[in-house]
Design a binder for this molecule. Structure first.
Ligand code: ARG
Length: 382
């Protein structure tokens, strides 16, 4: 047997053991023998719908950087493995969005499209990091309008013929490539749910024209279950307040809004005492919170998210499992020390099944040399 087949069988065996043991199912030996035969014949194997569902959920449970794992069992797994054509995948993504959106009462879901398989020229891939992100435009003065994180992606879309409105919040098209590796661009037919940000106490806030999309839907991570890779397996949760208000709107390399908010609040931007930034951050958080509530869109604040995470760790220990975690990601970017989680440590070992970063960016493999050691274990395993 080829070496790849041996390691695939080994990964499959680990996963099947986990699945049958945890679920208390009969017939494990038969299933293992069946998989061994299938691998020998086809160099791959096919998960049953039940294995896929369990694998996708446990991959969430094993996501060291996710604070929202208490809800891992509620993940809706959409088994769409029969889809591999970019047009059909895009059509189906609109249905994923309908399910996830649920009129603002957001539900977590994953859509699993055709897995990678041996002999395929190229795997099915969604090139966007998330299905909804805003474009970045370089102005004549050299400033960036929009989300600077999306500069390269926007330039790519423009080279493919996409024309945005050139505002700070232009939703990018969806880029999907199938077995020919050729990227195809799609734009959303129905309106994408977004929340316009205002502040309960400051009338000027709404005039800033800030908004954010309601559903974070990660689309470039690779789901790995028992050695099988699903490079097209987009999943969504709901937002935690600080992701939008602190990071996306506040980071200097993102929307960088703190100086503007401070100016509007007439805060003294003293370089020797920069706590005006903390004040501006609180106002941004109040605004995002108020606006999502008003729009009836699910959002959780970081204090409650951290509480839920501690409940997750307790529940895991009752079930006899050790929680792995990445402290630097689990602790929210503000008020961390007020949370119980701050005062703990976790083992950051990467368990399988899991969600890995893709080795591909805009259709090209990322050079080994530019992958940092901390990120390495998170890149798709082969
Ligand atoms: N941090 C990312 C963003 O701000 C989203 C990551 C996933 N977040 C989630 N709540 N499921 O867009």
């Amino acid at each position: 047997m080829e070496e790849v087949q041996v390691s695939l069988l080994a990964s499959a065996t680990d996963f099947i053991n986990l699945f049958f043991d945890e679920e208390g199912l009969p017939g494990k030996e038969e299933r293992l023998a069946e998989i061994a035969r299938e691998i020998e014949l086809t160099e791959t194997y096919t998960h049953t719908p039940e294995e896929l569902e369990f694998g996708a959920k446990v991959a969430w449970r094993n996501s060291n950087r996710c604070i929202g794992r208490l809800f891992w069992k509620t993940l809706k797994v959409r088994d769409m493995r029969h889809l591999s054509d970019p047009e059909l995948v895009f059509k189906d993504l609109q249905e994923h969005l309908d399910y996830a959106w649920n009129d603002g009462k957001i539900r977590s879901a994953i859509s699993v499209y055709r897995p990678a398989f041996p002999g395929a020229a190229a795997a099915l891939r969604i090139w966007n990091p998330q299905l909804f992100r805003y474009a970045a435009w370089t102005t004549a003065e050299g400033a960036v309008l929009g989300d600077p994180a999306m500069l390269a992606f926007t330039e790519f879309c423009v080279r493919q013929g996409w024309k945005g409105k050139k505002t700070a919040f232009d939703l990018l098209p969806t880029v999907i490539s199938g077995s020919d590796g050729v990227p195809k661009l799609f734009t959303w037919e129905k309106e994408v749910p977004e929340v316009y940000i205002e502040h309960p106490d400051y009338a000027w806030f709404a005039d800033l024209g800030i908004r954010w999309y309601a559903v974070p839907l990660i689309s470039n991570m690779v789901l790995e279950i028992g050695g099988i890779l699903y490079p097209a397996a987009p999943f969504n949760g709901w937002y935690m307040l600080t992701e939008i208000a602190v990071r996306n709107l506040g980071d200097t390399h993102r929307y960088n809004l703190l100086p503007l908010i401070a100016e509007k609040l007439h805060l003294d931007q003293d370089p020797h005492f920069q706590v005006w930034k903390d004040k501006a951050l609180v106002v941004l958080q109040e605004a995002v919170w108020f606006s999502f509530r008003k729009a009836g869109v699910t959002l959780i604040d970081h204090h409650n998210a951290a509480k839920q995470f501690m409940k997750f760790t307790e529940r895991e220990s009752t079930e006899g499992r050790a929680v792995t975690g990445d402290w630097s990601w689990l602790i929210p970017p503000t008020a961390g020390s007020t949370m119980e989680a701050f005062h703990q440590e976790w083992n950051n070992e990467v368990k399988s099944p899991n969600y890995f970063y893709s080795r591909y960016h805009l259709g090209q493999p990322i050079p080994e040399s530019s992958i940092s050691d901390t990120e390495r274990p998170f890149y798709e395993p082969f």
